[in-house]
Design a protein around this ligand. Structure first.
Ligand code: GDP
Length: 479
């Protein structure tokens, strides 16, 4: 919504933003390094290229922005936060190894996000390279090269010798032209946080890529539920810059707390408006966190007709059981709702699976899989339902129940009220005494509470005793 432009006449072409994905050791990092090294622009500028999370190179007098963190994990994590920054995915497949499990995963992540894929068939300098075999293998996943009558651009390259890299960049530009990527440089900036950390002398710093508009030093902004003012802005060569337009990555300082990748930064006309905006974002976020809880929301959206498709991440212990499950799921018939498997694979449920479901608003189902505690924790934080089964029938039955609304949500939430935390009087291991002001509804003794800070859920608990002034109370009303 933020990127919407009323008058298309204001739009100007912008550089494509590219992510590199593929199986481990197929040469993603090497490719990114090789592309950066071919670029003379930043070297001529006299700076030393800094790793700020993204960089731009020039080809045929046009710019291309690359995200410097390869892999689909970072890409999908950003998407799960609502960011839509990537225009094109370059899928790196080693010509000597061919399609591997993470290649397939990367394809599914890009396809689910509707991001066009260009295949870079890498390591063609190697004797064992078989580019045609790679092309054949990719066909199974809907990627057919143009020369075989398909639509996918496939470029043989070597990140080692640099062979084919120039052609790959040209193909990226060609794809960008077909996508008609545009933005309005003459408006307040909207940017996406690519990476962020705490700098010793600048405080929290973040690399952002401008989605639209122009970001300037001294601009007020909101990012997530905090606000600030751009104090310092640096480009990829480490030079200070005054402004940055669409698709340009810059490092900024002036943020009160370290944001997360995928957070959206929005320039504001004044500090006051930025502050107001930050507060309303915080309230929206709290509401959203509560609403998004668990499978209940998906079921109620299906029941009310808002959701027409159940998105499913499916993992199984063996290829055989996975194929059997896919087959059975494809036969589940429901008049109004379909099932779409957005990611499937053999193996345990991973954090990446959970993020995929989070980004797509779906659920994760495993057959004979193990759910490790880090995955469980992540699923709780992202409000993604992760279910495991040992009997195929039960898995299929649950899908049917979800589609027909028969799987009742286990928990129905009833929000009683909200209070603002004013003071912490005592902190013990399992208990705190806090002073609050009730700002809406009422607060009731022995009920459950969630604590939010800056729109982020920071704790949960139960009210053990409630007092108004020094009198014990059953409930306390607004004000
Ligand atoms: P990543 O895990 O996908 O980021 O892979 P890397 O970029 O780390 O590359 C893995 C290994 O393959 C490294 O030893 C690279 O030097 C090597 N490599 C990458 N690209 C090429 C290539 O085009 N040709 C050859 N021969 N080796 C390559």
């Amino acid at each position: 919504i933020l990127l919407k432009e009323v008058d298309p006449a204001n739009l100007q072409p912008r550089a494509p933003i590219v992510v590199v994905m593929g199986h481990v050791d197929h040469g993603k990092t090497k490719l990114l390094d090789c592309i950066r090294d071919t670029d003379i622009v930043s070297r001529e500028a006299g700076g030393i290229t800094q790793h700020i999370g993204a960089y731009q190179v020039e080809k045929n007098n046009r710019k291309i922005t690359f995200l410097d963190t390869p892999g689909h994990e970072a890409f999908t994590a950003m998407r799960a936060r609502g960011a839509r920054v990537t225009d094109i995915a370059v899928l790196v497949v080693a010509a000597d190894e061919g399609v591997k499990p993470q290649t397939v995963e990367a394809i599914q992540h890009a396809q689910e996000a509707n991001v066009p894929i260009i295949v870079a068939i890498n390591k063609i300098d190697k004797e064992a390279a078989q580019p045609d075999r790679v092309k054949g293998e990719l066909g199974e996943f809907g990627l057919v090269p143009e020369e075989w009558g398909g639509k996918t651009i496939m470029v043989p390259v070597s990140a080692m010798t640099g062979q084919g890299i120039a052609h790959l960049l040209e193909m990226i530009l060609l794809t960008a032209d077909m996508e008609n990527l545009r933005a309005n440089p003459n408006r307040e900036a909207v940017a996406t946080v690519i990476e962020a950390n705490l700098s010793q002398n600048l405080g929290p710093v973040a690399t952002v890529i401008i989605n639209t508009g122009t970001l300037r030093v001294m601009d007020n902004f909101v990012v997530g539920s905090t606000y600030g003012r751009i104090k310092v802005m640096k480009d990829q060569t480490g030079h200070a810059v005054e402004s940055a337009g669409p698709s340009i990555p810059v490092l900024i300082a002036g943020i009160p707390v370290t944001p997360q990748s995928g957070d959206i930064l929005h320039a504001m006309p004044s500090e006051q408006i930025a502050r107001q905006q930050a507060v309303s974002v915080m309230l929206l976020k709290e509401a959203d966190i509560i609403k998004k809880r668990g499978i209940g929301e998906i079921i109620s959206q299906i029941s009310s007709g808002q959701l027409k498709q159940l998105k499913l991440v499916l993992k199984a212990d063996t290829k055989g059981s996975l194929e059997a499950l896919k087959q059975s799921i494809s036969q589940i018939k429901n008049e109004s709702v379909g099932v779409k498997i957005i990611l499937s694979g053999v193996g345990n449920i991973t954090e990446s699976d959970v993020m995929m479901a989070a980004a797509g608003g779906g659920i994760v189902m495993g057959f004979n899989t193990t759910i490790y505690s880090n995955v469980k924790k992540l699923s709780e934080r992202e409000n993604v339902e992760v279910l495991n089964y040992n009997i195929i029938y039960n898995l299929l039955d649950d899908i049917k129940k979800i589609l027909t609304g028969l799987l009742e949500p286990e928990i129905i939430e009833n929000i009683l009220g909200r209070a603002e935390l004013k003071k912490v009087f005592l902190t013990e291991k399992k208990e705190m005494i806090i002073g609050c002001k009730v700002i809406s509804g009422h607060v009731e003794n022995k009920t459950k509470v969630r604590v939010f800070r800056n729109g982020q859920l920071t704790g949960e608990g139960v009210i053990n005793s409630l007092k108004s002034f020094d009198k014990a109370a059953h409930d306390v009303n607004e004000g």
